[in-house]
Write a protein that binds this ligand. Structure first.
Ligand SMILES: [Zn+2]
Length: 421
């Protein structure tokens, strides 16, 4: 699947997980359920979903994990968006006004004047049980108009956008019956439900514009959610393209909730990764000691996007560390360990990259600037697995429309497939 198709079919973490599972199963990975007993075979390929929003996939190595370790890589499926307050929908001056909450840290102004759709998970009662279903409205559902410059002469100086007051989305559905919530009505129509049966929703506004390729030689890709679906895509492609029957056990993990701190049941602070490792150890006949030994043999590549130098703001970077679009994946490190990379893990990934003939870049923040963080330090502190933080360079991180390089995407896939072969 191309990166464009992956982005377009994954508006939310729920949809991203579904896209991954169908890709993995098409490539011969057997879908396991976490509550079943597992009977895993060396060379076998398996995938598992946790609560529809976290995914793990693994290829069981020829060596037992306490001798060969796990070759791990992780990315995240969630991206900044606007979570809909569905019950608070109100008619206002002839249009439906949908209040929203920020999910993660979107750049507010980039969401104005864009065609938006609503997507996520619907929970409903069916034959006395709670069931869930993914749903997306399709394009043309809503927008958040900006205020005219004539009514705010300071707008180009950086007008404040208050999420409670200024980011309400206006639906394209006309106001006909003020007493009927048209979102719930549309859910009922689309999913063949009765309104009292809808018991919960988790719906997000996302830009509906599809990913676009720019440049004669297909250099750039523009899309929402490149952070971190580009790395999520690289992981699945790298795993599917790796050689069969590796010596070491390969494992890819796709977490949720990175944008909101990872402290959930499917985030990097959850036991998801460690439980997957433990189950593989148990299934191979090992116990607690073998799990501890396995961790000491393992490596985690924490893959999340990095800031490419912006030619209009080059002073934002340390001039000696200027990741550039198209020049390869970026190693991320930080003295305060906001990134997990240390000298040893940096050397290990450089060695893997040399063997895979992939050129790497490196970023250290300006010494007077704050630094972001990601899943690497969290997974590392939970398991003690040697970890490197890395990711492809991107412009406009957390914009509704980000920019990355397809050459870098190919390089990352090549690196991962080599790592797992
Ligand atoms: Zn990210």
């Amino acid at each position: 699947m191309t990166l464009s198709a992956f982005l377009d079919s994954s508006p939310t973490a729920f949809h991203g997980a579904q896209t991954l599972l169908s890709q993995l199963q098409d490539a011969g990975f057997l879908l396991l359920k976490e509550h079943d007993a597992w009977d895993l075979q060396p060379g076998g390929k398996y995938c598992v979903a946790r609560r529809d929003r976290g995914v793990a996939a693994f290829v069981v190595g020829q060596q037992v994990p306490w001798e060969g370790g796990f070759h791990l890589a992780g990315a995240h499926l969630d991206s900044p968006a606007w979570k809909a307050k569905v019950e608070a929908l109100q008619p206002h001056h002839g249009t439906w006004k949908l209040p929203v909450e920020a999910y993660g840290g979107p750049i507010y102004r980039t969401w104005l004047d864009r065609d938006l759709e609503l997507a996520g998970q619907v929970c409903f009662r069916h034959k006395g049980e709670v069931q869930t279903q993914l749903w997306r409205s399709g394009p043309g559902f809503a927008l958040i108009p900006s205020l005219a410059i004539h009514l705010d002469r300071g707008v180009n100086g950086g007008a404040e956008l208050n999420p409670q007051d200024h980011m309400n989305a206006l639906l394209s559905i006309p106001v006909e019956d003020e007493n009927t919530n048209p979102i719930l009505q549309k859910l009922c129509d689309d999913l063949a439900l009765q309104e009292p049966d809808i018991l919960g929703t988790e719906l997000y506004l996302i830009p509906s514009e599809k990913a676009q390729i720019q440049g004669d030689s297909q250099e750039r890709i523009l899309s929402g959610r490149l952070d971190d679906l580009a790395m999520a895509h690289a992981l699945v492609q790298g795993l599917v393209q790796s050689k069969d029957s590796p010596q070491k056990t390969s494992m890819a993990l796709w977490f949720d909730a990175e944008e909101i701190g990872s402290r959930t049941d499917t985030g990097a602070l959850s036991p998801f990764m460690d439980e997957m490792m433990e189950r593989l150890v148990l299934s191979a006949g090992g116990g607690r000691e073998e799990l501890l030994r396995s961790r000491r043999h393992s490596l985690l590549l924490s893959c999340d996007m990095a800031h490419a130098v912006h030619p209009n703001y080059e002073g934002k970077h340390d001039p000696r560390y200027v990741p550039t679009l198209g020049k390869g994946p970026v190693i991320k490190a930080h003295a305060q360990r906001k990134y997990a990379t240390d000298g040893v893990s940096e050397a290990i990934i450089k060695n893997i990259a040399m063997n895979a003939e992939v050129q790497l870049q490196k970023i250290l923040s300006r010494s007077d600037a704050p630094c972001g963080s990601t899943i690497g330090p969290l997974s590392q502190s939970l398991t003690g697995v040697v970890t490197v933080d890395m990711g492809n360079p991107i412009w406009g991180m957390h914009s509704a429309r980000e920019t990355a390089s397809l050459q870098d995407q190919e390089a990352m896939i090549r690196l991962l497939s080599h790592y797992w072969s």
